[in-house]
Design a protein around this ligand. Sequence first.
Ligand SMILES: Cc1ncc(COP(=O)(O)O)c(C=O)c1O
Length: 372
Amino acid sequence: MQLPPFKLERYFAKYEFNTEYLLCSSDCEAMSIADLLAVEAGATEQFQQVWLGYTESQGGPSLRKEICNLYETIQPEDVLVHTGAGEAIYLFMFAAFQAGDHVIVHSPGYQSLAEVARGAGCDVSPWQAREENNWALDLNELPRLVRTNTKAIIINTPHNPTGYLMSPADYAAVHNFAQENNLLLFSDEVYRESEYDPATRLPAACDLGDYAVSLGVTSKTYGLAGLRIGWVATKNQKIYDRMASLKDYTTICNSAPSEYLAEVAMRNRQKLVKRNLGIIKHNLTIIDEFFSRHANLFSWVRPRAGSMAFPHYLGGDIESFCDKAVREVGVLLLPGSVYDDTENHFRLGLGRKNLPQAVERLEEYLSRWPVA
Ligand SMILES: Cc1ncc(COP(=O)(O)O)c(C=O)c1O
C-alpha cells in the first residue's frame, strides 16, 4: 500500500514548532495537565495512582462510559478508543473496504478521509462543497455520484476547513440516501459540540442506525490534542470487530495516563466547551473587523461552528501570500493548496488565545504587501 504525503501535516511539520503565531490551527487552545486536573476535585491525587501497565484494547470502561454521554443510544461496548482520530480513520478504511470498492467523500476535506480509502484500494469520488453555496454539499449530486460498487459516504460536519455546519434537512437526506442505497455512513464529528448556537447541533450519526459510524476526539472542541485520544462509536458490530482486530497491529491499546486525563476531560466537557467557545467567539469579533477593514483583499463565508474558516484571498497567489506571512512576520496561514483547492482560499484558525496579536502582525504585513 502506498500513501502519498499528507500535505497539511507536511506543511505543519515545516512550521508548527518554529513559528510565533499559528493563525491556522484547527484545534482549540490547549491547557496543562495541572489545569485539566484542577477542573475536578480529587483528580490530581487520582492521576498519581494511574497504573502504567497495558490498558484494555477497546479503551478503559470508565472512559468509554464518559464518551457515551455524547450520544443518545450508544453503550460502552459500542465505543472503540484509538490513538487520536487519525488512527480511527486509518483502521476504519481498512476494516470497511476492499480493493475495487467505491466511496464518496466530502471535499475539500481532511486528506486522510479520502487518501486512506484510496490506499485501501478504493475509487474515490469527491463530493464537492462550493463557496457559492456557502460551502454546503449539494444533495442533488449524490444520485449522480453513486455507483453499483459504492460502499460508503464520508462526511465531516462541522467541517474542516470551512466551518460549514450541515442543515438538519440535508443531514436527514444524507442518512436516508445511505440507508436506501445500503451504504455505510462515516461521519467525522470531531468538531461536534463547537456549534456557535447549540440549537443547531446535529444528532450524532451513530445514534441513527447501525449503518453509521461517528468519529470523535479530544483534540478539537475540547482543546486536548496532546492526549491523542480519539474514538469511533457505532452499533455496527462487524465494523467494530474488524477495527478492534486491526488495532492489534497498530497501537494495541491507548496510553494509560491519557485515558485517565481524557476521562476527566469528557466528564467535565461542558466547562472545556464553554472556555473554548468563549475564545472562538471573541476571536470572531476581531476577524469580522479585520475582514471589514480589508474587504478589497478577502471575502469569506462566516463559519457556523468549529475553530476554522476558509476565506478567499482576492489579491493573487495564496501560496506566496502565506509564504511571505510566515517568513516576514511569523504568522502561519495554511494555503488551500494543501487541500487541493485552486481558488486561493486559506485556512484561518479561530481557537487560539493569541489570535489578536497574530492579527496585529498580519496588519503590519499587509501594510507592506503590494496589493492590487
Ligand atoms: C476533520 C478531521 N478529522 C480528523 C482529524 C484528526 O484528529 P487528530 O489529529 O486529533 O487525530 C482532524 C485533525 O485535524 C480533522 O480536522
